[in-house]
Ligand binder design. Structure first.
Ligand SMILES: [Zn+2]
Length: 94
C-alpha cells in the first residue's frame, strides 16, 4: 500500500440505528447513524409497520379531509350558482 493516500480504517466502526440496534463493521468512518436497519425493517421483521419519517401520510390525510369538505360544499352550492347566472343574463338583455 502507498503511504499517506489511504483514509484511516476503523475495523470496529459502529452503526447506530434509530431503533437502538448497534452494528459493528469495518469502515473509514468511526461512527454512523441510520434510520432503519435489518433489525427493524419490515422486510426482515415480517411485520407490516408504517414508516413515515417525513409526515407525508399525515399530510395526505389532511388534504383528503379538505377535499371531502369541498365536495360537500360543492354539492350544496350548484342551485345558487345557476340562479346567479340567469339573473346576469337578464340584466344584459335589458
Ligand atoms: Zn433499526
Amino acid at each position: 500500500m502507498k503511504k499517506s493516500i489511504h483514509p484511516t480504517y476503523y475495523p470496529q466502526a459502529t452503526i447506530t440505528c434509530s431503533c437502538g440496534a448497534v452494528l459493528t463493521t469495518g469502515s473509514t468512518q468511526a461512527e454512523m447513524t441510520t434510520e432503519i436497519c435489518s433489525a427493524c425493517h419490515p422486510f426482515y421483521t415480517g411485520k407490516k409497520k408504517m414508516i413515515d419519517t417525513t409526515g407525508r401520510v399525515d399530510r395526505f390525510k389532511k388534504l383528503s379531509e379538505k377535499a371531502a369538505v369541498k365536495k360537500e360544499a360543492a354539492k350544496a352550492k350548484p342551485a345558487k350558482v345557476v340562479k346567479a347566472k340567469v339573473e346576469k343574463k337578464n340584466v344584459i338583455k335589458k
